[in-house]
Write a protein that binds this ligand. Sequence first.
Ligand code: ZN
Length: 411
Amino acid sequence: MQMTDDTLDKIKTLLATIKEKSPFYAQKYASLDPRDVQDQASFEQLPLTTKDDLRNAYPLGLAAVPPEQITRIHSSSGTTGTPVIIPYTARDVEDWSLMFARCYEMAGITKHDRIHITPGYGLWTAGIGFQLGAERMGAMAIPMGPGNTDKQLQMMMDLGSTVLGATSSYALLLAEEIARRGIGDRIQLRKGVIGSERWGDRMRRRIADELGVELHDIYGLTEIYGPGIGINCEADEAMHVWDDYLYFEIIDPATGALLPDGESGELVITTLVKEGAPLIRYRTHDLTSFVPGPCPCGSPYPRIERLVGRSDDMIKVKGINIFPAHIEEALAATTHASSEYQVMIDHLDGKDIMTVFFETGATGADRVQAQKELKGIIRAKLSLSVVPKAVDLGDLPRSEKKTKRIFDNRY
Ligand code: ZN
């Protein structure tokens, strides 16, 4: 994307003092002078910042302000190894709340709404981000956190929650529970703000239908404030992102080279005004693309497509690159298949075998047909032969956080 003059000014201001303020960047940029960056092209020559870099700065090595200016820390959940700690100043927290409130407004949520917040609170940025935005906007925050479905549903009915903030798998779990208990007419939800996970169309439709809500995808990551740096509007599926706070690039995940607008690749983000832990050209590993042209809603904020996966979620089977989104699209196109699935990859008798377990309400011949259909769709799309295995609805595990769906048993 073309860098605006305003963005370039912010970047030059940031780079002018980054080595003095941030020991992390002083070390990372030891052999270069970031003040040499005078235009977009020279900015694009700066090395990328990676999650491993951030891990190596544990605990507070990312801080670019004196300790007394740090008012809060958050930490990314990292499944393995050392966590990443992100220090925030008061201004960072304020900016985050402004961005999150802007997300709610973009989704048509107002101060009259009652926002039922189910993501976790604590070191994780999820719950507290939903809360900050709600308070900033003046809506009623209902800080439930995850778990205890009975209490969730009781509070939802008693307080008349109108907006659900959740991960997609937890929203699905609640939707199924509401349907099972037959309490749909006592639920007043009108919007769902779903974050922190990529999810397929079929799952989206199921949640929307069963809860009777309009769904919005909210984007964000702990390293860059948290959720709230982008959301889709009421006119379009793609997510608007806040380019007055952040600068976005899309690179080829394999080579690091910048990609032309419209091509799918890995999102790279630079914080323009963050004080506690500014990040320059940070690799998100989220795969998306810029959406060219203006949005029908009239908003001037640029858009990125819904995430199609993570560059580190990519698996190679028989030489073919596969993302979870591929499986989800195939399931969405299969009659009688639900959105829930699990993929197992094994190496047997010298070859890779990919088994796709999926839930279906169908039995008998319909069930056999669903398996055949799924196999055919995946073969047509990916030139890959898989073993389809239908299971009953509810047989695959649900989780309140992120649901792991692909298991690679080859190594
Ligand atoms: Zn829009």
